[in-house]
Write a protein that binds this ligand. Structure first.
Ligand code: AGP
Length: 372
C-alpha cells in the first residue's frame, strides 16, 4: 500500500532515501567515545581473531560486490590476506581452509542457499564463520559462529540498496576491529576512518539531495540498448553494482569493467553515443589511479562514447572529458563506495521506470534465492 511505501511510489525509492539512517543505525553503539570499536556482539574471542591468517568472504550478487570492497579494506587496514568469492563457486573448487581462516558470509536475507552452503562447507573444514546479515534470527547467522547485524531495517524491493550500504559499513567495522585487536601499525588511520565513518550518513544525505540531474539523464537514455560501467580499485565493484542494478531493473545490457582492462578487450565495444559511466577515484591519495582513469575517459570519448562521469567535488581534471558530470562529496578512498553507489541506484530506478518496468518486482527475480 501507499502507506507502507511511506509516500514513495516504490519501496526501492523509499529504501534509497532511508540510506543515511540505515548507515547511521549500523554504526550506532559500535564506536565508543574514545573512537574505539566495541563489537562485543562478535562473540569470536579477540585471541582467536589475533591468530587469523586468512580471510575469505563469500556472498552473492550485491552482497558479493560489498565483499569485493571489504577485501580491499581488510587487506589495507589489517595486512591479512583476504579473498572474496562468489558463494556459488566457492565450495566446488576445494578451497583451502583451516582453524585460522575467518570466513565472512555477507547476506541481506540470511537465507541465500548458495551462501549458506558455502558457510557450511567452511565450518566443516574448521574455519570460523562470521555472518554479516540484515535479518535477525535467519538461517545464515544461526549457523555461523558469530554475527554482526546490519541495521538497514526490512528491505522489500528486490533490488538491494540500503542493505548494500550497511554491508559496507559493517565490513569496514570488521576490518577496523581486526586492525584494532591485532594492533597493526595503522592505529592512527583507524581512528581517522572511524571519525570519517561517523560523518558519512550526512554525506549520503547530501548526495540524495542532488539527484535530479541523474534522474533526467536516466530518462534521456531510456531507449538505449547498452550501458557500460568502468571503475578501478573500490570503484570497480561499484561499476559492477551499477551494471547489476541496471540489468535487474531496466532489463538492459549492462556491464561493469575494471578500467585498466579496457585496452585488453572491452574498448572494442565503444561506439558513437554509447553511454559509459565512469566511477573516478579520488584525486587525493591514489593520484596515480586518478590520472590513469582520466586517460581512460579520454580514450573512450575519442571513440565517440557518451561519458557519464562520477567524480569528487573539486576534481576539475575530469571536467573537460565529461558529457555528464555527477558530483559526489570528498570521501576517503576506501569509503567512496558509500557515496558513489547512490547515483547508480537512482539512475537504474529511474531508467526502469521510464521503460515502464515494475521496479520493486523485476521479472524472473526473487528477493531471496533459497535454491542452489
Ligand atoms: C541485488 O539487487 C540482488 N537482488 C541480489 O543480487 C542479492 O544481492 C543476492 O541474491 C544476495 O542476496 P542476500 O544478500 O539476501 O544473500
Amino acid at each position: 500500500s501507499a502507506a507502507e511505501k511511506g509516500g514513495y511510489d516504490y519501496f526501492m525509492l523509499k529504501e534509497i532515501a532511508e540510506q543515511p539512517k540505515a548507515v547511521a543505525d549500523t554504526l550506532l553503539g559500535r564506536i565508543d567515545a574514545a573512537g574505539s570499536l566495541t563489537l562485543d556482539e562478535l562473540r569470536i574471542p579477540d585471541s582467536v581473531l589475533r591468530e587469523v591468517d586468512k580471510v575469505v568472504i563469500v556472498a552473492c550478487g550485491t552482497a558479493y560486490h560489498a565483499g569485493m570492497i571489504a577485501k580491499l579494506a581488510i587487506e589495507h587496514w589489517t595486512r591479512i590476506p583476504c579473498e572474496t568469492e562468489l558463494a556459488s563457486e566457492f565450495r566446488y573448487r576445494d578451497p583451502i581452509l583451516d582453524q585460522r581462516t575467518l570466513v565472512i558470509a555477507i547476506s541481506q536475507s540470511g537465507e541465500t542457499m548458495d551462501t549458506l552452503m558455502a558457510l557450511r562447507h567452511a565450518r566443516e573444514q574448521g574455519a570460523k564463520v562470521l555472518a554479516v546479515c540484515n535479518t535477525n534470527g535467519s538461517t545464515i547467522p544461526r549457523e555461523s559462529d558469530a554475527v554482526l547485524y546490519t541495521h538497514a531495517g526490512p528491505e522489500v524491493a528486490v533490488a538491494s540498496t540500503k542493505a548494500f550500504l550497511t554491508q559496507l559499513v559493517a565490513c569496514y567495522l570488521v576490518a577496523l576491529y581486526l586492525g584494532q585487536v591485532r594492533g597493526t601499525k595503522w592505529g592512527d588511520e583507524i581512528r581517522a576512518v572511524v571519525h570519517d565513518l561517523a560523518a558519512i550518513a550526512t554525506e549520503v544525505d547530501r548526495v540524495l539531495e542532488t539527484m535530479e540531474p541523474v534522474r533526467e539523464l536516466a530518462r534521456s537514455l531510456a531507449d538505449k540498448d547498452t550501458v557500460l560501467f568502468l571503475g578501478r580499485h573500490v570503484g570497480y565493484p561499484v561499476a559492477l553494482e551499477g551494471a547489476l542494478k541496471l540489468k535487474e531493473l531496466a532489463y538492459m545490457h549492462a556491464e561493469g569493467f575494471a578500467a585498466g582492462e579496457l585496452k585488453h578487450g572491452p574498448i572494442a565495444l565503444i561506439e558513437e553515443d554509447l553511454p559509459v559511466v565512469v566511477v573516478v577515484p579520488s584525486p587525493r591519495g591514489r593520484s596515480v589511479l586518478h590520472d590513469k582513469i582520466v586517460s581512460n575517459i579520454q580514450e573512450i570519448r575519442a571513440r565517440g562514447a557518451r561519458t557519464i562521469v562520477i567524480a569528487e567535488e573539486g576534481d576539475e581534471a575530469v571536467a573537460p572529458y565529461a558529457d555528464h558530470l555527477i558530483r559526489i562529496p570528498v570521501t576517503p578512498t576506501l569509503l567512496q563506495p558509500l557515496v558513489s553507489t547512490v547515483p547508480l541506484q537512482v539512475f537504474a530506478c529511474e531508467l526502469a521506470t521510464a521503460r515502464g518496468n515494475e521496479v520493486d518486482q523485476p521479472r524472473n527475480l526473487a528477493k531471496s534465492v533459497t535454491v542452489e
